[in-house]
Design a protein around this ligand. Structure first.
Ligand code: FAD
Length: 365
């Protein structure tokens, strides 16, 4: 792209999983799309637990989403390890064990691959480009440059500037800290619930030669204790050498009511597309990204309404997201109980119910 290219069919703010997926499908549809990202290298630094469900698991989790294999083409070099079990661990340390096919990613390589894929379809990227504001069809960067787009997509994650400037809705965000640690952590992914992570959860996700270990909390339940202390306490249970530490924030209220306003669309974390009952955001952002991209192409080709994006999202993901929001609300009530009660709540009799909640199914058959 040269500096003279200021006018685009579509401008996408943010080149994470949501933005790159929108760009892939818009470019595939033959339209000129520019992705702007404030990072110099998209995907870095790492801000993630790096776990995604396998494609088979995604078909079970999101049964109304078509063509999962076309959407989620994770290359081998972006996969650190395949896992077969998930352990839900209450404070007692006695886990409920479930079969779960997961992929532990090298998330940086994964996001770089999504950029390559979109670029190979004809999408353009502008990195080191911090979007300051959006007005009408105009997008202004911090360095003073301006670009125009007939359609503008906010895929800038939980602090997306389009959402910040043009939407009122607020939502719960969970602050998270995590480390990468060397060592052997077995083959099961673990989610820990209880006072080690009030209102949220802690995780141990094994990778090749180590693990990704993290903690997310709801501050209102933490009785003034800082996330740093919770993280040090939890990570301190494991003896290995921490080779990297990072932090981030995860939207946990589920999707907001409206993703479309005029020629503006929100997608991914910017639209709350994280399943709150399990924290899955990467694949869900990509589901939203594909629907948004395909809707934009139809809009530009045939003047169909951009609000079709919301209709199609609800058809593919409405039930799953609705179930997940409800489970999270109920779970938040249980997870503020003392540890001994949480231990009692996670037992053989509730095992199936706990799994229905984590996998976003209706709690009652
Ligand atoms: C610590 C942590 C652990 C997580 N673990 C998991 C996990 O294990 N599995 C899972 O599925 N999900 C996980 N998530 C959630 C997952 O990372 C997100 O849901 C997912 O990245 C959403 O993709 P996105 O494209 O919407 O946003 P992001 O991936 O956040 O991408 C947004 C992009 O927009 C850019 N941007 C932001 N503001 C601007 C601006 N003003 N101008 C230009 N560019 C901008 C950013 O640089 C970034 O590249 C985790 C999140 C956190 C914080």
């Amino acid at each position: 792209m040269s500096d003279g290219d200021a006018d685009w069919d579509v401008i996408v703010i943010g080149g994470g999983p949501a933005g790159s997926t929108v760009a892939r499908y818009v470019a595939e549809g033959g339209h000129r799309v520019l992705v702007m990202d404030s990072r110099d290298s998209i995907g870095s630094p790492l801000q993630c637990g790096e776990l995604v469900p396998s494609n088979d698991e995604m078909r079970r989790l999101c049964p109304d989403v078509p063509d999962i294999d076309d959407l989620l083409q994770t290359p081998e070099d972006a996969i650190s390890m395949r896992t077969r079990e998930m352990h839900i661990v209450p404070p007692s340390g006695r886990p409920l064990k479930y079969q779960f096919e997961g992929l532990m990613l090298n998330r940086v390589a994964h996001d770089e691959w999504l950029v390559e894929l979109a670029s190979s379809k004809g999408a353009n990227y502008l990195t080191g480009a911090h979007v300051e504001s959006i007005s009408g069809e105009s997008v202004s960067l911090r360095d003073g440059r301006k670009f125009t787009g007939r359609v503008i997509v906010g895929a800038g994650g939980h602090n997306d500037p389009l959402r910040r400037d043009h939407w009122d809705e607020s939502g719960l965000k969970i602050p998270i800290k995590f480390v990468l640690m060397d060592g052997d952590f077995g083959e099961a992914v673990e989610l820990h619930f209880g006072s080690m992570a009030p209102g949220g959860y802690a995780w141990v996700f094994p990778k090749e030669g180590g693990a990704n270990i993290g903690v997310g909390i709801q501050k209102k339940f933490s009785k003034g204790k800082s996330l740093n202390i919770f993280t040090d306490d939890f990570v301190g249970r494991y003896g290995g050498q921490a080779t990297f530490s990072g932090a981030g924030s995860l939207p946990m209220s589920g999707t907001i009511d409206t993703f479309v306003k005029g020629n503006y669309l929100l997608v991914g974390d910017a639209a709350g597309m994280v399943l709150p009952s399990n924290g899955a955001g990467i694949t869900i952002a990509m589901i939203g990204g594909r629907i948004a991209g395909q809707t934009i192409v139809r809009h530009l080709d045939h003047e169909t309404p951009l609000t079709d994006y919301e209709v199609e999202w609800n058809r593919q993901m409405g039930k799953v997201m609705g179930n997940s929001k409800l489970s999270f609300r109920l779970g938040s009530l249980i997870l503020r109980l003392p540890d001994w009660m949480i231990n009692m709540a996670f037992n053989r009799l509730t095992k199936a119910l706990v799994w229905r909640s984590v996998t976003c199914r209706k709690l009652l058959f």
